[in-house]
Design a protein around this ligand. Structure first.
Ligand SMILES: *Cc1c(COP(=O)(O)O)cnc(C)c1O
Length: 428
């Protein structure tokens, strides 16, 4: 399988290309980075992240809009710093993420706090920091937030996450907009929940939000969502409760394996046309993109340790594993895997697997590769939900991370060692 086109470009990865046999990210040969910092190694392109953000900014140009990067996709400080400097707010899901935003120089007023299970301590922390909005997911959360805010003598800005009950047709673990999942408030209960919120002195209603799923590759579910949400907005405002902003969540997909999701600017021109048609084009818009800002900006470099031919299958055993890059094991997700230095000649079909003691520890199945032990592979589309989901299973240190900027490289996270992992533990 030769992924590279005659121009040296890899489809869907505009900042990744071949120079001769060598795989480059922007102007940097990836093999050099592996030689310098070892493997497994995550490498991100700054230009790719900023280009992905620019597509959203173009799509929303001339509107009142705030882009809040859903940082659970990749919460490394230098990545947050990059987006904060570019004007982004952040969609957080924990108090720890709020601390990261502050450490990276983000503006707390541009933070929205999502998630079904916020604790009182997290609510108090976010109120003290002065975040922009709590995206509340249940009526009981409204009551708790009202109490916590009242005790602190503050008023919590709130939006209710409404479940529009549209099917985003994604993997069941990453679809969130259907009736039978744990997220959001059912559409038919939303008006009552807004009335309840408006009656609580510790809360101030500022918006409405939804988030229908992830890796969505079609604009239709978003358009359906707009209609469902605008029906509600009109109903809620008729009841005398003003809705200042409309937050459509995140979820736009990326190309992992030839998927062709709409570009963010094209998607937003279609969505804004629908808002305009219904007379809501002057609203304040919020969006919470995660994967689509960072997913295809990153690769994970890994070294081939052993080739293990078998009767049924050949295994290519590499030094990256499910703890570093959990998406294949967790969702059976597909990531392209290519040789960092392309060898001429035909390949062999391999299952690419890691060293972890689990049969689920695989990165790719039945991949045509021409590689030898000691050579490097690049797992593509590894910028989102990889490092941020990495664990220490098997007492494996989490990988180092590098940010590429043109021909410059920055080590943005050191490789974790066993001592780092044992630091908070005690013998009895
Ligand atoms: C995860 C999440 C997002 C981001 O989703 P992506 O698919 O990465 O764009 C946005 N909003 C909420 C509430 C989320 O949970």
């Amino acid at each position: 399988m030769n992924m590279t086109t005659s121009t040296g470009k890899l489809p869907g990865h505009p900042f990744l290309h071949r120079r001769g046999q060598q795989l480059m990210l922007e102007e940097v040969p990836l093999a050099d980075l592996a030689a310098r910092w070892g493997t497994p190694l995550f490498v991100y392109s700054k230009a790719s992240m900023l280009a992905a953000l620019a597509a959203y900014q173009r799509g929303l140009a001339g509107r009142k809009a705030q882009i809040c990067y859903a940082m659970k996709a990749n919460s490394s400080l230098a990545v947050l710093q990059l987006f904060a400097r570019a004007g982004c707010g952040f969609d957080i899901v924990s108090g720890g993420e709020l601390e990261r935003v502050l450490a990276a120089g983000g503006d707390p007023a541009k933070v929205i706090f999502s998630g079904v299970g916020k604790t009182r301590a997290e609510m108090a922390q976010a109120l003290r920091a002065g975040i922009g909005c709590f995206n509340v997911e249940s009526e009981s959360e409204l009551d708790v937030l009202h109490r916590v805010a009242s005790e602190l003598g503050r008023i919590a800005p709130v939006s209710l996450r409404v479940n529009p009950n549209v099917d985003a047709k994604t993997h069941p673990y990453i679809s969130t907009g259907l009736k039978d999942n744990k997220f959001g408030i059912a559409h038919e209960n939303a008006l009552a929940a807004y009335r309840h919120a408006a009656s609580l002195s510790g809360l101030r209603v500022v918006g409405i939000d939804c988030h229908i799923g992830s890796q969505i590759t079609d604009s239709a579910p978003y358009l359906d969502t707009i209609d469902r949400i605008l029906d509600l907005v009109e109903e809620i405002e008729k009841a005398g409760i003003a809705i200042a902003h409309i937050d459509l969540g995140g979820g736009l997909g990326i190309s992992y394996n030839g998927e062709a999701p709409p570009a963010a600017d094209d998607l937003w021109s279609a969505l804004l046309a629908r808002f305009d048609a219904r007379g809501h084009g002057g609203r304040q818009f919020m969006i919470e993109p995660g994967r689509s800002l960072v997913g295809n900006a990153g690769v994970c470099l890994t070294e081939v340790l052993y080739l293990k031919p078998g009767e049924e299958k050949n295994f290519c055993i590499v030094d990256a594993a499910m703890n570093d890059l959990p998406r294949p094991a967790m969702y059976e997700a597909f990531h392209q895997i290519v040789a960092v230095c392309e060898n001429p000649g035909p390949g062999t079909l391999y299952d690419v697997v890691g060293p972890v003691c689990e049969s689920g520890d695989w990165l790719g199945r039945q991949r045509l590769l021409h590689v030898a032990p000691g050579e490097l592979l690049a797992v593509l589309s590894a910028g989102a939900y990889c490092m941020s989901m990495a664990s220490n299973y098997n007492t494996r240190g989490r990988p180092a991370e590098v940010l590429v900027d043109g021909s410059q490289v920055h080590l943005i996270r050191e490789r974790e060692d066993a001592r780092d992992q044992m630091r908070s533990e005690r013998l009895v």
